[in-house]
Design a binder for this molecule. Structure first.
Ligand SMILES: [Ca+2]
Length: 113
C-alpha cells in the first residue's frame, strides 16, 4: 500500500515542477511562441513570423473555458500578455496563428497538470 502511494505521488510532483519552469511553459507554432508565467496565472503570445498572420495564445482556465490573448502587431519583438491574472489558473495552452479563409493553425498543447 505504501509503495502504491509513492508511485502515484512522485509523477505528479515531477509534472508540477516542469510546469513551473519558464522554459517548459513555451509552446510553439513554427517560430511563433506562447508561454505562461506568474505561476500559471498569465499567458503571453509572440508573433515571430513576418507573414501577416496574427498570433494568439489559446488557453484553458480553471473553469475549463477557452480564452485568448492576441499579438496583432506583427514580428516586431513585442509580445502581448494578459492584463489580468487568471484567478482559476491556466490548465494548458497552445500557440495559434490566424489564416484568412482557413482554419487557425495551432501547435501542440502544453499541459500544466
Ligand atoms: Ca508582435
Amino acid at each position: 500500500m505504501r509503495i502504491h502511494r509513492l508511485l502515484f505521488v512522485l509523477p505528479a510532483v515531477a509534472i508540477l515542477a516542469v510546469g513551473g519552469s519558464a522554459f517548459a511553459s513555451n509552446a510553439y507554432q513554427g517560430s511563433d511562441r506562447s508561454y505562461v508565467f506568474d505561476t500559471n496565472h498569465k499567458a503571453g503570445a509572440c508573433d515571430n513570423e513576418s507573414d501577416g498572420r496574427a498570433v494568439f495564445v489559446s488557453y484553458t482556465n480553471g473553469r475549463y473555458e477557452l480564452e485568448r490573448v492576441f499579438d496583432r502587431s506583427g514580428n516586431d519583438g513585442v509580445c502581448y500578455v494578459n492584463t489580468y491574472q487568471v484567478s482559476t489558473g491556466i490548465l494548458d495552452h497552445q500557440t495559434c496563428e490566424q489564416i484568412n479563409n482557413w482554419p487557425d493553425a495551432c501547435g501542440s498543447v502544453s499541459k500544466h497538470y
